[in-house]
Design a binder for this molecule. Structure first.
Ligand code: ADP
Length: 466
């Protein structure tokens, strides 16, 4: 069943219950009001009869006194009962609705109770009866009043309700259905828009008419979801395109090297040189593939990050140690300082990779005779690791791009291809590792005299970011 129909039916059900309850309440209230006003008339009649009787009885015997008083009640239906049940006086028979009220059980018991001293009321059919003791005497005054005239008003009220309520329900049903249909129209639009969106047009968005209502918020959430999908889709596409592009160069070099070498007979020395070129390119290919795989798995959130406790000082020491030979070969002074034991929680392999990437860049982009330093210390809940070099620095316009994937400066591109030349993924990976540990990596400063990168890593990670 469509939601708008269900909503309308619920709305109608509730409205029906409310209308019926209100109608019953009004009807009951009017009915009691009318009965009470009839009872008031009867009570006043009983009281005036009793006081007139009290005046008469001072001068006349009982029967005479009733007769005298009764004269004034010629238009009303009045009977006076004595305790034994006999009628002491009654108004003219033509007025009497009932010859003897004691024949009606309800009225009879009201009369009997009235002898106990308290005014009683009873009904039969449309007739309301009062049975009131006459003070100081052993008689009960009984009189009647018809509710028929007033019942007519009640009947008209009931008729009005039986017309007005169904009419109100029909109008409410039509109005409710249109309102529900109107307020749900954006859902239909959103459904249509969402079903049009596919991988090819992920940049399309769902139209949001009122961003502050519930449907507007749903639209905004769906749009944000599309945004994330599009971004990750673009990221994957970009990674694929860049990777294919990057793979092409080493593969081309290997092919041309083999083609040229095989074009004629070579000396063993020439074969050795050719194989060295091929090995370098293969090493480059391996590290490129590893880096791309790592990023692709990180994007897909498939990378499991260890949360073990380890000594950051040891990892720093090992990283510096493993690059010492390369640094020496390039004539660069590589040093590090760190304070004592530095326990941290996280993935030591990834942290090692982060440090290696930073140090490696420092060595790569510093001329012979320069220096690369790593300083690590604890600052509050985190470790701050600074890697500084005395290289040529990064031009201002390139600084905002160095963390982008596959970004390399032209100078780096033009370099001799050897095992140290990267694909422009080193800093992207390093920053991702810092983020994954809940920390950050940024370029603190870079001048023609050198650059300083600063990585912050929380000492204990309650919940790793990835
Ligand atoms: P790569 O793997 O090519 O080194 P990175 O992502 O590590 O890629 O670095 C991107 C670019 O940022 C490099 O090509 C280089 O131009 C620049 N860069 C990074 N570190 C330094 C540094 N310490 N000094 C000068 N330039 C740097």
């Amino acid at each position: 069943m469509p939601i708008r129909l269900r909503l309308t039916l619920w709305y109608l059900l509730i409205l029906t219950i409310v209308l019926i309850a209100v109608a019953a309440g009004v009807y009951g209230f009017v009915a009691t009001e009318e009965q009470q006003s009839v009872d008031r008339i009867l009570r006043e009649r009983a009281q005036s009869f009793a006081s007139a009787y009290a005046g008469e009885i001072k001068e006349e015997p009982e029967a005479k006194a009733f007769q005298e008083v009764g004269r004034n009640y010629g238009e009303d239906d009045v009977l006076i009962y004595a305790r034994a049940g006999q009628i002491v006086w009654r108004s003219p028979p033509r007025l009497l609705r009932v010859a003897d009220f004691r024949s009606i059980p309800d009225v009879r018991s009201a009369i009997d109770r009235a002898f106990g001293g308290r005014e009683q009321h009873a009904s039969f059919g449309d007739i309301r009866v009062i049975a009131a003791p006459i003070p100081g005497a052993r008689f009960v005054f009984v009189s009647t009043e018809s509710l028929a005239g007033r019942r007519g008003a009640l009947l008209r009220l009931r008729n009005a309700f039986t017309i007005v309520i169904p009419l109100a329900l029909v109008i409410a049903a039509i109005g409710g259905y249109f309102l529900a249909a109107r307020s749900l129209a954006p859902v239909a639009q959103m459904t249509a828009a969402a079903s049009r969106i596919e991988a090819e047009n992920l940049s399309e968005r769902i139209a949001v008419h009122n961003p502050s209502d519930e449907l507007g918020r749903l639209g905004a959430v769906l749009n944000a979801l599309l945004e994330r999908l599009e971004r990750s889709f673009q990221q994957q596409k970009q990674l694929l395109a860049d990777t294919s592009h990057e793979l092409r160069t080493p593969v081309t070099i290997i092919r041309s090297e083999t083609d040229v070498t095989l074009s004629r007979e070579r000396t063993p020395e020439e074969y050795r040189l050719a194989l060295e070129v091929i090995r370098n390119e293969a090493t480059h290919l391996t590290s490129l593939i590893e880096a791309v795989l790592l990023l692709a798995r990180a994007d897909a959130r498939q990378l499991r990050i260890a949360r073990e406790s380890f000594n950051l000082g040891d990892v720093i020491h090992q990283s510096v140690q493993s690059l010492r030979t390369i640094a020496e070969a390039r004539g660069i002074d590589l040093s590090c300082t760190s304070d004592g034991p530095m326990t941290m929680q996280g993935d030591p392999e990834l942290v090692r990779r982060l440090l290696l990437n930073l140090l490696h860049n420092g060595i790569k982009f510093t001329e012979s005779g320069g220096r690369v330093r790593l300083d690590a210390h604890r600052a509050g809940p985190q470790y701050v690791i600074k890697v500084s070099d005395s290289g040529a620095g990064i031009p201002r316009e390139a600084q905002e791009h160095i963390f982008d994937r596959f970004f390399r400066m032209d100078s780096a591109r033009g370099r001799d291809r050897d095992t140290t030349s990267g694909a422009g993924l080193g800093l992207a990976i390093a920053r991702w590792i810092a983020h994954a540990h809940g920390g950050d990596l940024r370029l603190l400063q870079s001048t023609p005299g050198g650059s300083i990168f600063e990585a912050t890593l929380p000492a204990s990670v309650s919940e790793l970011a990835v």
